[in-house]
Design a protein around this ligand. Structure first.
Ligand code: HEM
Length: 128
């Protein structure tokens, strides 16, 4: 194979790699820099997050009880913290590609509820 064509394919490869990396990073920015105006500015677990999770996720037959869906319980601070830290929680609620959209069989959480999880994470997950 001539040097020219080797160079051509190498440049194509680099170009494809850069554009795929760029699209992946954009997904993450979606929830890193949220900018919605919400009246409720409480960003603690007991003050806001727990109520949203109890109403939308840790319901019976879903992420509660002794046999929670996908073996993921979301009834306690530690359980929600762990699932936020491994990246699954935000990926599922922002319904990013590659994750199962949650809440299952229900509408996507509204922008202020999504923002509450992002701000809770930005503030280091205060419990109270
Ligand atoms: C906003 C609320 C919820 C959150 C944060 C949440 C989070 C998650 C996470 C992180 C997973 C595993 C990741 C994955 O499989 O891609 C998952 C899977 C699952 N969740 Fe939820 N979930 C929520 C609401 C619900 C509800 C209300 C139900 C029941 C109706 C439910 C049922 C399931 C089931 C059955 C799975 C296994 C995968 C599937 O069948 O889609 N989840 N959820």
């Amino acid at each position: 194979m001539q040097l020219k064509s080797i160079l051509f394919f190498a440049i194509c490869g680099v170009f494809i790699l850069i554009s795929s990396l760029n699209s992946c990073y954009y997904d993450n920015e979606a929830y890193l820099y949220s900018s919605v105006n919400c009246t409720d500015t409480t960003y603690t677990y007991t003050g806001r997050i727990k109520a949203i999770v109890d109403q939308n996720c840790a319901t019976a037959d879903c992420h509660a009880g002794t046999n929670p869906s996908s073996n993921i319980g979301l009834e306690t601070y530690d359980q929600v913290f762990d699932n936020m830290e491994n990246g699954e929680f935000l990926c599922t609620i922002y319904q990013n590609s590659g994750c199962n959209p949650m809440p299952k069989n229900a509408s996507k959480l509204d922008a202020c509820a999504l923002d509450a999880f992002t701000k809770w994470k930005e503030r280091g997950y205060p419990e109270n």
